[in-house]
Design a protein around this ligand. Sequence first.
Ligand SMILES: Cc1cc2nc3c(=O)[nH]c(=O)nc-3n(C[C@H](O)[C@H](O)[C@H](O)COP(=O)(O)O)c2cc1C
Length: 194
Amino acid sequence: MALSISILYGSVRDGRLGIRFAKYLEQALKARGHKPVLIDPLEYDLPLLRKRYSDYKPGEKIPANLAKLHDILASSDAYLLVSAEYNHTAPPALTNLLDHFYAEYAQKPSAIATYSYGPFGGVRAAMTLRAMLGELGCGSIQKTLPCPAVHEAFDETGKPNDAAAWQKRSDGFLEQLEWYAEALKAARGKAKKK
Ligand SMILES: Cc1cc2nc3c(=O)[nH]c(=O)nc-3n(C[C@H](O)[C@H](O)[C@H](O)COP(=O)(O)O)c2cc1C
């Protein structure tokens, strides 16, 4: 089943590296027959949270970038987070993006891919994100996908240095996300019919 999957990337830093990993995962999802949308916080340039999407009153003008993000997130079957580790937690651009929305995530699964420049692959950020995603209503799957030395693992276009190893790793991870996304999509469909 082709799934709509939002990839939420979390860095707006000058010289950022994780965009390579996000591009790789976008290509991997396409290769598996899905419809990924890569959400780059640099492109949307959201302010630090003043108002969640749901805080806008009927008839009130909603900023175009917020409305566009709402539409993408609301129509997604699953969320794939691509997060750096900043001081052992997720970067503020990512949590700020997540915080602007709430109901959009309900009853859908998420998956956490993390990366770092160093050897640990950002796994500590994954643990903090897991708690946050649970609270947002889109709990994360069991598998995570850590990428150490992201600058060596992928080039600027997202091409992996070791394609076979990355295919094996990402296939297992994405397969698990697909299982939950399909199961929850069917359950949401059933609940709507009742
Ligand atoms: C503010 C800041 C905090 C960081 N903290 C960590 C950390 O806790 N653990 C780690 O492995 N790397 C840390 N790093 C290094 C990042 O892994 C590396 O800079 C990575 O490329 C950041 O992702 P980005 O390039 O997509 O912004 C930190 C980098 C920054 C800028």
